[in-house]
Design a protein around this ligand. Structure first.
Ligand code: ADP
Length: 727
């Protein structure tokens, strides 16, 4: 048999048989496509089975038509075509039961049905009762089987079951509440009713009436409709493919088939003449070429006019993007282009905000129920980022892709009052979201709209990413400039201090010796009896006092001027010990003046490299200043010293509740001789000495203050490391 079926001599060119072959291949393809969408859904599996059965039937019956002898035609029909035919019944029942959601209760019934169908097939192949191996009719489109009356009960039972199933589906349709599912069921019922017209195709042949077997057309309509109902949510993506297929079928039936038929009719008349034949084929070729080049694109355009308009809008938008700078210009443009093209009632655009780690509403706020802010960990948003596809509210019920986040998606659409959401994804990162409300005319969004939105989605994602980069860069430049200005200020300040220091140091050194001479001499005079007059002695005492004071100033100046650590011993020092030492000197003084010191330290040791004496000097200075500041406005108070550390440094924050320092004064407090204290009380050298010491320790000293509330002095020193050297 295989030899017979594979021998080309058993076939002839028959144009009537041709349409069946591509259509049967389409059946397989559509079935596979639907199955791929959701392999675990009984509906999709049943539909795939049905497509297989029908594809098998149509493909093999086309081969029956192509056969040029009875044996080949019968072999194809008995073994293959009939196998397709007997599978159609159980497949249809399986499919309809799956749609009505009654698979479980009908399990046994379906199994019996399968068994009967297979029994019929076995009977047909093994006996001559159902399909006669010696008899077939030959019509103008090819061979066709003679049905025996034995088949009548089988066909009758098929019809009865078919009608019962349609009724079941109608009931399921009535009780369905979800609109989109109701619509699906309606479409399937219509498709089933159209599909049944295919079976009416073989009734006339019972009575030997040669009606062209148009059944495959009904079947094709049926399969396409049902496939559309099942995967409507995918139809938006494949609309172009569907459109092209329909166009192809049209061109095939209107151009190619007529030409072939024409050739069949005219060929006997032109066979004798070579030129006539050449003329006929050239004319046919030109006609076909004209159709495909000029007519079909026009028809295409009529169908796709809206899409072409939308394409033009998105082109203009892409051109505009070049001139738009920053989100402030971009967001309103995106909003406009969508509302102009699609008449969406409400458009909300959310953009990811790096600082807040959430999505923020960037369009004018309308009465959104939400806060205008979306968490980046929201499950539905994570899903959108992964999927990178426009989500449509209608499809949450029927598209299996939504299954893991169905409820979250429903909540999202409800909260946002949106019917579609466009994720703006770039490099797997969700930069933002565009929520679309209903259209003003209340119509659903069409495939053309989605096609447009998809183009816009990618353009917008790139544009937004650029804008964010641009804004980020601007912010970085601003930040760097601020830092530079600050560093420059510090440098100038440090330079000024160094100059003043050297100068003062030099002068102090020069004055120190004469001052010592003055003091020694005055003290000698006072010790001797030479000066007896009381008022003279008092003058001498005044000179001694004033000289001592001068010497203190000079000595402080010299401390400030000399490099403090040059001679001083450097070792790993515990700052907490330094503070404790300081307190042992000045604790009593503080107590006397009702000032308490509170220490906030989490550890017992905060090691830095440095000179303990000098660090003590720094802390003493700051704490006494703090005490003075408190005492200026109240009778008692607290100075709080906190220790903070990270891997690199240790920071001391000395906080008081004193009178504070005004913003204009803060930059000056580290200058030598700057003081706000009364003459005789402050020299204005304390903080400048602290500054010099801390700087030599590779540290930093700063102050911040709120006048009237208090000040904080911050001393930051690098942690002691083995390699850490001090200048
Ligand atoms: P002096 O204490 O001799 O005035 P400093 O250099 O120690 O010199 O301080 C300079 C100035 O800084 C002070 O006169 C005072 O105005 C201001 N100052 C320092 N510490 C504080 C503080 N804790 N609260 C308010 N002002 C302060």
């Amino acid at each position: 048999m295989f030899k017979q079926l594979s021998n080309p001599a058993n076939y002839y060119f028959n144009p009537y048989a041709l349409p069946g072959i591509p259509v049967s291949i389409l059946f397989f393809a559509i079935g596979l496509f639907v199955l791929k969408q959701n392999r675990s859904s009984a509906i999709n599996i049943a539909f795939f089975y049905k497509c297989l059965a029908m594809g098998f039937w149509l493909f093999s019956i086309s081969l029956v038509y192509l056969s040029n002898n009875l044996q080949t035609a019968v072999a194809w029909y008995r073994y293959f075509t009939f196998f397709g035919v007997i599978n159609i019944t159980p497949a249809t029942l399986f499919f309809v039961t799956a749609w009505s959601g009654r698979l479980k209760e009908k399990k046994v019934f379906l199994a019996v049905n399968f068994a009967i169908s297979f029994a019929v097939y076995i009977l047909a192949v093994t006996t001559d009762k159902l399909i006669s191996p010696y008899q077939m009719r030959h019509y103008f489109w090819g061979y066709y089987p003679v049905y025996s009356l034995w088949l009548v009960p089988y066909l009758a039972s098929f019809f009865i079951q078919y009608i019962i199933s349609v009724k079941g589906l109608c009931l399921a349709y009535k009780s369905e509440n979800i609109p989109i599912k109701k619509l699906q069921k309606k479409m399937v019922i219509i498709a089933l009713l159209l599909g049944i017209t295919a079976s009416a195709d073989f009734l006339p042949k019972f009575f030997n009436f040669g009606m062209y077997p148009y059944g495959y057309i009904s079947m094709f309509v049926y399969i396409s409709l049902v496939a559309y109902a099942i995967v409507k949510y995918r139809a938006f993506d494949i609309e172009t493919a569907i459109h092209k297929t329909i166009m192809w079928l049209f061109s095939f039936s209107f151009i190619i088939i007529p030409i072939l038929l024409l050739h069949k009719w005219v060929s006997p008349h032109i066979r004798a003449s070579g030129p006539l034949q050449a003329w006929f084929w050239t004319a046919s070729f030109l006609l076909a070429a004209f159709y495909f080049r000029s007519v079909q694109p026009r028809i295409d355009h009529i169908f796709q006019r809206r899409r072409a308009n939308l394409e033009a809008i998105s082109h203009r938008f892409a051109e505009d993007l070049v001139h738009l700078k920053g989100l402030a210009q971009l967001i309103p443009r995106i909003e406009n282009v969508i509302s102009d093209a699609l008449y969406s009632r409400q458009i909300n655009i959310f953009i990811y905000d790096e600082k807040a780690s959430s999505y923020r509403l960037k369009t004018a706020p309308r009465d959104l129920k939400g806060s205008g802010q979306l968490s980046k960990d929201e499950q539905f948003l994570l899903w959108l980022a992964r999927n990178n596809k426009i989500a449509y509210k209608e499809f949450t019920d029927i598209d299996p892709a939504y299954a893991p986040v169905k409820e979250k998606a429903e909540d999202y659409f409800k909260e946002m009052e949106a019917v579609a959401v466009i994720p703006l994804v770039l490099n797997e990162k969700l930069l933002g979201l565009i929520n679309l409300g209903k259209k003003s005319n209340l119509k659903p969004y069409s495939a053309a709209d989605f096609y447009f939105l998809n183009i816009l989605k990618n353009q917008s994602a790139i544009a937004i990413s650029n804008s964010l980069l641009y804004e980020n860069m601007e912010e970085q430049v601003r930040q760097r400039t601020r830092e530079l200005v600050e560093v420059q200020k510090q440098l100038t300040h440090a330079e000024k201090l160094a100059t003043v220091g050297t100068l003062a140091g030099g002068v102090a050194h020069e004055i120190n010796n004469p001052l010592t001479a003055v003091l020694t001499n005055v003290q000698m005079l006072l010790a001797s009896d030479t000066v007896k007059d009381a008022s003279d002695r008092e003058s001498l005492e005044l000179i001694e006092e004033a000289t001592k004071r001068c010497r203190t100033i000079v000595q402080k100046l010299m401390v400030y001027a000399k490099k403090p650590l040059e001679s001083a011993e450097v070792s790993s020092v515990n700052l907490l010990d330094v503070l404790r030492n300081v307190m042992s000197f000045i604790g009593f003084q503080l107590e006397q003046e009702n000032i308490k010191l509170s220490i906030d330290a989490k550890k017992d040791a905060y090691q830095v490299m440095g000179n303990a004496n000098e660090l003590e000097q720094v802390l003493t200075n700051i704490i006494l200043n703090a005490k003075d500041a408190i005492r200026q406005i109240r009778k008692s108070g607290v100075i709080k010293v906190s220790f903070i550390e990270n891997q690199e440094w240790i920071r001391l924050e000395i906080e008081d509740e004193g009178k504070g320092i005004s913003q204009e004064v803060i930059p000056k407090i580290f200058d030598p001789f700057f003081t706000t204290k009364d003459v005789g009380k402050g020299l204005g050298l304390g903080l400048s000495i602290c500054h010099a010491i801390i700087e030599k320790h590779n540290g930093m000293i700063t102050a911040r203050s709120e006048p009237g509330k208090g000040s904080v002095f911050i001393v930051q020193l690098p942690k002691a490391k083995i390699k850490n050297k001090v200048k």
